[in-house]
Design a protein around this ligand. Structure first.
Ligand code: V0D
Length: 258
């Protein structure tokens, strides 16, 4: 797998990317990596291109990073593709974004299946246009038996709404007698969230220089390592991902128990 990748060799005496990847694999790889993919609009603006050109370029980066994450042995990769706030954008931009899942899957689904990737999603799916929902549902269906990386798209996701909905469902279950109030603890509450099937992220990456969570996985990121970069998402590449994982591993070595 590794030799098929385009891993340029360094001219200087620093480790080649391939060596760094091997080093990573030999250590504790974060099981769940979450990414806030920011900076697509800024990338386009810098090039005097329409914002949607940045989104389109960003889509190709999702594919590249999925492939690398799978090869590193990451179990779950969550990518924040569309927030509940993003509806405020111009209609033509939203319409373009809503076609990206179809384009992404039309191009890459066969490769994802080939690589044993399972597609999942979190977010308020019912609010998405029918064509988007159908594409994502088909991808989930076609990959449901796969046992490699879980590629989890956060689509129309918002963390506060997720938590409130969880609270409401807990209340309903207590009122109907399905659950006793005393049974409620952190683990039980986690099972009322959209991420119930997933471990909490070990590592959060955010691109484009913003140092905030923007309503992303507020509950789930309580103990995660954070890694921020000024690199814009369309410019994010394998080396940046490797750098983030290396930073995670060196923090684990310095501060991690045992
Ligand atoms: C734009 C950068 C892939 C962030 C990445 C609907 C914003 C490119 C998907 C995708 C988006 C989603 C589900 C799926 C397959 C692919 C995607 C959206 C935006 C919003 F099953 N990229 N991508 N979805 N962008």
């Amino acid at each position: 797998m590794l030799k098929k990748m385009n891993l340029w060799k360094n001219q200087n005496n620093s480790s080649s990317l391939r060596d760094r990847i091997q080093q990573i694999i030999d250590h504790e790889v974060p099981s769940h990596v979450a990414i806030i993919m920011d900076g697509n609009g800024r990338w386009a603006k810098k090039r005097a291109l329409p914002r949607v050109a940045g989104h389109h370029e960003g889509m190709k980066v999702v594919r590249k990073i999925t492939k690398l994450a799978n090869e590193l042995g990451v179990k779950t990769l969550t990518v924040y593709a569309f927030s509940t706030e993003n509806w405020k954008r111009p209609k033509m931009e939203v319409d373009f974004l809503m076609k990206l899942p179809e384009e992404f899957l039309g191009t890459f689904l066969p490769e994802l299946i080939e690589e044993n990737v399972r597609v999942e999603m979190i977010g308020y799916m019912d609010k998405l246009p029918e064509h988007t929902r159908k594409a994502v549902s088909k991808a989930m269906e076609d990959t449901k038996g796969n046992t490699g990386l879980v590629l989890n798209f956060a689509l129309n996701y918002g963390s506060r709404a997720e938590i409130l909905d969880g609270v409401k469902r807990v209340l309903a279950d207590v009122q109907s007698g399905i659950m006793d109030e005393d049974e409620l603890n952190e683990e039980v509450f986690s099972s009322y969230l959209m991420t119930k099937e997933l471990n909490d992220p070990d590592l959060l990456i955010r691109t484009s220089g913003e140092i905030r969570l923007s309503n992303f996985m507020l509950w789930q990121l309580a103990y995660s390592e954070f890694w921020f970069t000024d690199v814009l998402w369309p410019d994010f590449n394998e080396e940046h991902f490797v750098e983030a994982i290396e930073a995670f591993q060196s923090r684990q070595r310095r501060f991690g128990g045992v």
